[in-house]
Ligand binder design. Sequence first.
Ligand code: SF4
Length: 381
Amino acid sequence: MNEAGIYVHYPFCERLCPYCDFAVKVKKVIPEEQYTTAVLNEIKKSSKEWSHFKFKTLYLGGGTPSLWSGFGLGRLFEGLDSRFDLCLDEITIEANPKDIQTENLEKWSTLGIGRVSLGVQSFSDVYLKKLGRNHNGEDAKQALEKLNRYGFSISADLIFAGPGQTLEEFSSDLEIMGDYVDHISAYALTIEENTVFWKQKKAGILALPTDEIEDAFFDLRDEKLSRIGFARYEVSSFSRGVEHQANHNSGYWLGRPYLGLGIGAHSMLRTPTQIQRRANTRSLKKYYEEPEKYREVEIVSAQDHAFERMFLAARTRFWFSPKEILSSFASLGDDFVIACESVFNRFSEVHIERAGDSYRLTSRGLDISDSIGKALAEKIR
Ligand code: SF4
């Protein structure tokens, strides 16, 4: 039985953050019943094709899935349970600090949700305002305290090097975070096309740090998190011990198939004869009408899939073996294995460790993962 993960997208948010380019809808009244019914419909239609998978992780992302009512989530879980082979060892929900209310925590526990990915971003009220967030630092602290009291496993997101943030503010964010959580995703703000920040940047009215200062943010993140007991195991992910690593996201990095449900959700399906990447429509209207009709489907060549597997593995500290990865693609042959290994062998032991046929980035190697990916692309793509 093949193992896989499920991602369910809940697209609704109370307002649009100025840096966001996710599949998000801001509605005065959330059409929850209609959306949940549409997701259940997609589940029903997907069940046959995904019947030979055992699902190990479930991730509710968004948008703001912490706005999903207990009734709606109950319907979703029933639908998943009745149609798929669930053997879940991790269920995660993304949450806004404002939604960490007793009622929500109780219903999440009842449903078996044990992990919360909290969108903290910072504890500085000034900076949170600049990021356009609807919570403040105190909301985030209270949410973290409450999640701890209820025994949830917590991952928290921090966005650094955004408009006007100082190194002192970020340093304090990291320090505070260390008191509450065992997993942190900390990434630099990226300005995505057509967002409000993108327009402000183009107009020259967005105060972003220089490249030099941004580098100082990265150094501060890595040094401070290491000092307070976090190990970096992926370019932006840190955990206190292997047991706190994110299983669902690790599945993406290790090439595990995943089923994405809801608008804008992506899937990667592997059958004995084919690998497909799929992207659901971002339009609610089209999704309600007929998701399959508007889904983009790409057949991935063995070469592209092998490249992607190694590219993603080389953004983590997990061991990977090109020989083993490529053994399931007979068409690629031994020359392809040799070509891949020659790329990894080119980097010194300071950046890539070796043990037999296997490779693993060192923590310093994570800093140059972009260059390693580029070298791999030049050689085998
Ligand atoms: S809360 Fe998250 S998903 Fe919603 S608009 Fe803000 S960044 Fe986007």
